[in-house]
Design a protein around this ligand. Structure first.
Ligand code: NAP
Length: 283
């Protein structure tokens, strides 16, 4: 039976830290602001944006919300981003992805100033992560690293296996584990003998997007299992890991919900604070 890695506890600790620092900055006359752009009517995106706004309010961060219709043109969106890039009260800019048809995600990401790119998706920030000299880290992998740190789990010298190679989760996740001296294997849909690779893992991160994909026979006894997945099965939210069986083999495991999910917004708040500190010459 494994120990639970509780994302609610760890995210609350991160948010408390951010809230205290935001208050300190306010005393010095510095405000912290995040602009969130939502284009279209995607229900999941609407919920994410509402949650981000609420987190800003809770922590004393100003949120500027821009809700644009689905037929917004690329030129209109780029023009808004250009204005926000120059707006002093806006320290971070986030454009909720995926964008509706007709708008190109990467063009929009490239337009956001790298100094305000709190999602860390801009090529300049992606490159910095590769080098290991970064200010912003994509929020979900950063959240995973924060959870490992909180529970005193060091990747150093460990076999780390990441299932998934997306730009927002899998690749940066692998890179962060590598920076902490893990021996990292990144798996994807063409990986041969996935089960054998997973069985080597001391730390196994699942970012596949398939409900209950990781089963107990893929997990080494005593492994740390991190479930990034957010899927719907039988009307319920569930992860990429078959929690009920894997928890009997793992030493530590994250639940879904209540695991990696709450960490993502907490790390976004931390990145926004970092942006404000950098832009005010405090770091
Ligand atoms: P994605 O872009 O769809 O990437 C999925 C990855 O899984 C791809 O690299 C794919 O390989 C790999 N894959 C698919 N089927 C596989 C198989 N049978 N065997 C091995 N690898 C396989 O998804 P994502 O954006 O990274 O997200 C992954 C999951 O995390 C989703 O459930 C998403 O909802 C969740 N998520 C959660 C949070 C959070 O805050 N908790 C944040 C972001 C994402 P190929 O590259 O070969 O196609």
């Amino acid at each position: 039976m494994s120990n639970l890695i509780d994302g609610k506890i760890v995210s609350a600790a991160v948010k408390d830290r951010v809230k205290a620092e935001v208050a300190e900055l306010k005393e010095k006359g510095i405000s912290v602001g995040l602009a969130v752009i939502l284009v279209g009517e995607d229900p999941a995106s609407k919920i994410y944006v509402a949650n981000k706004k609420k987190a800003c309010e809770d922590l004393g961060i100003k949120s500027f919300e821009y809700v644009l219709p689905a037929d917004t043109t690329q030129e209109q969106l780029l023009s808004l981003i250009n204005t926000l890039n120059q707006e002093k009260n806006v320290n971070g800019i986030l454009c909720q992805l995926p964008l509706p048809k007709g708008l190109d995600d990467q063009t929009v990401i490239n337009a956001i100033s790298a100094q305000k790119d709190v999602d860390a998706f801009h090529p300049a920030n992606v490159g910095k992560i590769m080098i290991g000299d970064y200010d912003f880290v994509p929020c979900t992998p950063a959240g995973v690293m924060e959870m490992l740190k909180y529970y005193d789990i060091s990747p150093e010298g460990k076999e780390c296996v990441v299932i998934g190679r997306s730009n927002i989760v899998g690749k940066p996740m692998s890179m962060l584990l590598l920076h902490k001296n893990g021996t990292v294997t990144t798996c994807h849909s063409r990986t041969v003998d996935l089960k054998e690779v997973c069985l080597r893992a001391d730390i196994l991160v699942a970012a596949v997007g398939k409900a209950k994909f990781v089963t107990a026979d893929m997990v080494k006894p005593g492994a740390v299992v991190i479930d990034v997945g957010m899927n719907r099965a039988d009307g319920k939210l569930c992860g990429d890991v078959d929690f009920d069986t894997v928890k009997e083999k793992a030493s530590y495991i994250t639940p879904v919900p209540g695991g990696v999910g709450p960490m993502t917004i907490a790390m976004l708040m931390q990145n926004t604070l970092t942006a404000a500190k950098k832009q005010n010459g405090l770091i």
